[in-house]
Design a protein around this ligand. Structure first.
Ligand code: NAD
Ligand code: TDX
Length: 335
């Protein structure tokens, strides 16, 4: 069945990979991409789709009800994959307000518009950070308590719970996914892996927060995209699905691995003041997603990381234009 799907935040890191993935895996779908083009939104992430009529970009805010209503109606949207968000923990510590505006209030506006219209499905793209921090052992399951630590994760928890409330209260068909740390092409160089790669390529210091022994569970962005498509097509309404790569790494080990891959010295590492409220460890138990969605990540972390590092090495024009801010000035909004 052909589908008109709305991807919010489709000009960001995961969103742009998802738009490309959906058009490849479901060639008869139309993908409408609603994005406000904040600092994290970059149309150059989708430059290869410029002539593809199956992708429609709409410049707009998920919190703008009139805009969302118009998009849902004009494009006869059946399903929504909601990714638009402020996504960076450090920025949420510096300025939490916009995180509440977009992640909580924006999500609520979008849910309200979807409820009014009636949809086949709404997928809320949430995060493992809603569960807070783990000790040295164990992994988050879908029934782990929600204990977010940062303004970012608290705002994502609000969005996650609102989406579930719209299912329980109004019967909107909602599925929530909670994913671990993604890596891959087009990730904004404020996040750990691209920041370290780009700094190393420029022979600049690599800032490791605290003792560098914090653990993250890494998932290749294409495996996340696959999980989102499977949640859309096979998930049960009202359910939560954890998506995790089973690739736990200490930050310091990961940074050393990046330096080794680039042939750069470890003397570039600089230990800096820790992030306030820094979660020590995340790990995801993805058993339910495997069982119910048939989801299995395809990428090994070593191969995926090597490919990602190579992509940044081979695409300096992409990240140089991001660092200089040029990407925000020269894009023409033609759609
Ligand atoms: P990103 O910051 O790279 O992209 C966010 C996108 O949303 C940008 O294109 C931005 O312009 C857009 N946006 C922001 N505010 C908007 C608004 N009000 N209206 C419309 N568009 C808006 O983020 P990402 O890393 O690609 O993450 C995408 C989603 O996945 C987020 O919801 C995030 O919480 C979630 N997530 C991310 C990770 C990860 O490791 N990156 C892991 C789990 C979940
Ligand atoms: O310069 C750095 N130095 C450093 O030591 C940066 C940017 C990060 N770190 C550490 C902090 C974390 O322990 O690396 C780890 C990863 O940091 P981020 O890339 O900022 O990711 P994280 O805070 O784990 O959150 C990410 O995963 C969950 C995404 O940004 C979120 O959007 C997602 O929900």
């Amino acid at each position: 069945m052909s589908t008109n799907v709305l991807v919010t935040g489709g000009c960001g890191f995961i969103g742009s990979n998802l738009v490309r993935y959906l058009l490849r895996e479901r060639p008869d779908w139309k993908v409408v991409n609603l994005d406000r083009l904040t600092y994290a939104g970059n149309l150059e992430n989708l430059a290869d789709l410029a002539d593809d009529a199956r992708h429609v970009f709409v410049h707009g805010d998920v919190g703008d009800r009139a805009c969302v209503d118009r998009v849902l109606q004009e494009h006869a949207i059946d399903c929504v994959l909601h990714l638009a968000a402020e996504s960076h923990v450090d920025r949420s510590i510096e300025g939490p307000a916009v995180f509440v505006t977009t992640n909580v209030l924006g999500t609520q506006q979008l849910l309200e518009a979807c409820r009014a219209r009636g949809l086949r499905r709404f997928v809320q793209v949430s995060t493992d950070e809603v569960y807070g921090s783990l000790g040295p052992s164990g992994a988050f399951t879908e029934t782990s308590p929600l204990q977010p630590s940062s303004p970012y994760s608290a705002s994502k928890t609000g969005a996650d719970l609102l989406a579930l409330a719209y299912h329980h209260t109004y019967g909107l068909d909602v599925v929530v996914t909670r994913c671990s740390n993604n890596y891959g092409r087009y990730q904004f160089p404020e996040k750990l892996i691209p920041r370290m790669v780009v700094n190393a390529l420029r022979n600049q210091k690599l800032p490791v927060y605290g003792d560098g022994q914090h653990v993250r569970d890494w998932l290749h962005v294409e495996d996340h995209c696959q999980g989102l498509l499977q949640a859309l097509e096979r998930g049960r309404a009202g359910e939560v699905y954890n998506l995790g790569g089973g690739a736990e790494r200490k930050n310091l080990d990961l940074v050393k691995g990046i330096l080794a891959a680039l042939g750069k010295p470890e003397s570039l590492i600089e230990f800096v003041t820790d992030r306030p409220g820094h979660d020590r460890r995340y790990a995801i138990d993805p058993a339910k997603s495997r069982r119910e969605l048939g989801w299995t990540p395809a990428h090994s972390f070593e191969a995926g990381l090597a490919d990602t590092v190579r992509w940044y090495v081979e695409h300096p024009e992409w990240w140089e234009r991001v660092l200089s801010g040029e990407y925000r000035r020269t894009v023409t909004l033609t759609h």
